[in-house]
Ligand binder design. Sequence first.
Ligand SMILES: [Zn+2]
Length: 275
Amino acid sequence: MISTTAVDAYIEKNSRRFVDELKELCSFPSISNHGRDAIQPARDWLADRLSRYTDRVETLEAGGMPALYAEVKGAGRRKLLLYEHYDVQPVDPIDLWASPPFEPAETDGRIVARGVADDKADVMARIHALETLKSLGEVPVTLRFLIEGEEEIGSKTFEKIAHDHADKLRADGCLWESGSSFDDAGRPTLQFGCRGLVYVTLRVKMLDFDQHSGWASIYPSAAMYLIGALASLRDQDMNIKIDGFYDKVVKPTEADRRMMAAIDPEIEKRRKLVG
Ligand SMILES: [Zn+2]
């Protein structure tokens, strides 16, 4: 097993180069909103970088922006999927930038560039972690890299890519992007679990045309029916009342509850933020 001291020393020795490589990736204007040609140079650069530590880097595509995939065999049986994306948001309004968005600048120990936090720092941190482990010994678990190219434009073909390559992406756990925030005490945070999103459009139609309010005691009100329907989604304790909603939810274990209780939810900070 590789010691954390050896890992720290390796990172210390190579940190300047790690930062320079991140800046190099940030210099590619990989704005997915600008089309396939705009993002290819960043993808090619990343594929080359990944190929130094993996046997084969594959391009997965389903008609949209291609994703990169690479697997690194580990010593143990477990597999960890690492999701990131190499595309970035557009830079408008450009006048508000203090430095050119694709010329990474270092200010007060921070890198300023479009997409550095979302999500190129995660991409490079994970590749650098892989480099570190490989240089010092064995990778403990099998790593599966999946680096998407269209996250910032709604991942239009991502679902198809995921279905088409389900076997490659199967893993015991997945480390998503955005693992790079700090709490008020300056501790790095790791988020567990993400909620999904469900969009629903509800339409209620009761009458063929508008009626004078004087008829309110006779005619049914679509607005009131809709309010009733919305209010029925939750009970007073905020439990969701939709049938089957919780069926597939994995219940927290005692250990999960203990861990949750030990986390500072930073209530005051949130209160200040939202008023
Ligand atoms: Zn992102």
